[in-house]
Design a protein around this ligand. Structure first.
Ligand code: NAD
Length: 357
C-alpha cells in the first residue's frame, strides 16, 4: 500500500537540503518502495502563502500523511511578526496537533569526523547516544503561565512544570523499546532531589522498567548528566528525560559531534507516525549559497524508514552511503578538514545518490 509522505521544506536552507533528501526518496521509489510525496508550505513560507505559519491545507496534509519530512523554519524577515504568526509557531503547532510526544535525537560521531569535535578524539570517537526527549508536556506547555503584577507593583514571570503518570509512562516505554534494540542501557535524567515532578517521574520510569528486565536502568540528576556528557559521553547508550532538560542536553550532545549539519531527529506519536527533520535551523547566514550540508536531512530519511516505515534495510543502506561519501573525503564547508575535497549541497546529495545504486 502506498505511503503518503508530506514534504515541508520550510524556510532558508530548508528548501535546499530537503531537495537533496527528496532525491533520495525518489530513488527509493525507483527501488520499489511505494511512496507518494506531497509538498506543502510551513513556517515563514506558510505565512507568505496563506497568512499563517501552519496553513490549514498543510495541517490537513500532515494529518493524513503516514510520515512528514521537515526542513527548517525561521528567518530574520519574520522576527517582527506577532508571536502567533512567527514561523516557530508552525513547528509547535505540528508537534501538538499531531501529538508528537517523543523526540529522538541521536548524537553520533562518524569516525571520519572525529577532528570536528571540540573534545579529544579518544573521548568522542565512536560516540553513539540516543536522547529521548518528552516533547509535548512539561514546563513548555504547563498552565498557568504568564507575567503578572504583584501587590507591590513589581512584575513576576511564572511557568508550571507538570507531568502526569501517563505522560511519563508513554515516553518511558518509547525509551525502553529503543534501548532494547540498541545497547540495552537506559539512563533516566531528572532532578528528583529538588522537584516533586521528578520524584514521580523516577517512580513511573522504575515501574515501567520492571517490564523490561533486559534493560539496565540507571538514574542521574540533570546537572550531573550535563557534566558526564562532556566528561565521558561514551558511558551513555539511551537517555530519557523531560522536555526542557532534553532540549538542553540534546543540544550539548549534538555539539560533541562537532557538526550540526550531520544530525537528524525524529518526533513520534503513539502509533510511530513521525515527523523527521535535521536538528539545525534555517541558517539564514548561508541560505541560497548552495553550501548547506544536506546530510542531516538525508539521515532523517533513514530514521523515517527505520521508525515509521518499517524498512530497516533501506535505512541501513542510506547510513552506509553517507559513511562511504565521508570515506571518500567529500565534505561541505561546515565539516571541511585538511586533505578533503570541498563540495556544495547539490554535489553532496549527488554523492550520496551515487553510493545508493
Ligand atoms: P541554525 O541552526 O539555523 O544555524 C546555526 C549555525 O549553524 C549557523 O552558522 C549556520 O550557518 C550553521 N548551520 C546550520 N545548519 C547547517 C547546515 N545544514 N550546513 C551547514 N551549516 C549549518 O540556528 P540559528 O542561526 O540560531 O537560527 C536560524 C533560524 O532558524 C532562526 O529563525 C531560528 O528560530 C530557526 N530555527 C529553526 C529550527 C527548526 O526549524 N527546527 C531549529 C533551530 C532554529
Amino acid at each position: 500500500m502506498s505511503k503518503k509522505i508530506a514534504i515541508l521544506p520550510g524556510d532558508g536552507i530548508g528548501v535546499e537540503i530537503v531537495a537533496e533528501a527528496v532525491k533520495v526518496l525518489e530513488h527509493l521509489k525507483g527501488d520499489g518502495l511505494d511512496l507518494e510525496l506531497v509538498e506543502a508550505p510551513v513556517g515563514g513560507a506558510g505565512y507568505d502563502a496563506a497568512g499563517k505559519p501552519l496553513p490549514d491545507e498543510t495541517l490537513a496534509l500532515v494529518k493524513e500523511a503516514d510520515s512528514i519530512l521537515l526542513g527548517a523554519v525561521g528567518g530574520p524577515q519574520y522576527e517582527k511578526l506577532p508571536r502567533e504568526l512567527r514561523p516557530e509557531r508552525g513547528l509547535l503547532g505540528l508537534r501538538s496537533e499531531l501529538g508528537l510526544f517523543a523526540n529522538l535525537r541521536p548524537a553520533i560521531l562518524y569516525p571520519q569526523l572525529a577532528d570536528a569535535s571540540s573534545l579529544k578524539p579518544e573521548v568522542v570517537a565512536g560516540l553513539d547516544i540516543m536522547i529521548v526527549r518528552e516533547l509535548t508536556g512539561g514546563i513548555y506547555f504547563g498552565e498557568p503561565r504568564g507575567i503578572r503584577e504583584k501587590a507591590n507593583g513589581e512584575r513576576e514571570g511564572f511557568n508550571t512544570l507538570v507531568y502526569s503518570e501517563s505522560e511519563v509512562d508513554r515516553i518511558a516505554r518509547v525509551a525502553f523499546d529503543i534501548a532494547m534494540k540498541r545497547g540495552k542501557r537506559l539512563c533516566s535524567v531528572d532532578k528528583a532531589n529538588v522537584l516533586e515532578v521528578s520524584e514521580l517521574w523516577r517512580e513511573v520510569v522504575e515501574r515501567v522498567g520492571e517490564e523490561y528486565q533486559g534493560v539496565e536502568l540507571s538514574h542521574m540528576y540533570v546537572d550531573n548528566a550535563a557534566m558526564q556528557l562532556v566528561k565521558w559521553p561514551k558511558q551513555f547508550d539511551v537517555m530519557v528525560t523531560k522536555n526542557m532538560f532534553g532540549d538542553i542536553l540534546s543540544d550539548a550532545a549534538a555539539m560533541l559531534t562537532g557538526s550540526i549539519g550531520m544530525l537528524p531527529s525524529a518526533s513520534l506519536d503513539a502509533n510511530s507516525k513521525g515527523m523527521y527533520e535535521p536538528i539545525h535551523g534555517s541558517a539564514p547566514d548561508i541560505a541560497g549559497k548552495g553550501i548547506a550540508n544536506p546530510l542531516a536531512t538525508i539521515l532523517s530519511v533513514a530514521m523515517m524508514l527505520r521508525y515509521s516505515l518499517d524498512e530497516p534495510v533501506l535505512a541501513d543502506k542510506i547510513d552506509t552511503a553517507v559513511g562511504r561519501v565521508l570515506d571518500k573525503g567529500l565534505r561541505t564547508p561546515d565539516i571541511m578538514s585538511a586533505g578533503c575535497k570541498q563540495i556544495g549541497t547539490v554535489e553532496m546529495g549527488d554523492a550520496v545518490m551515487a553510493e545508493l545504486v
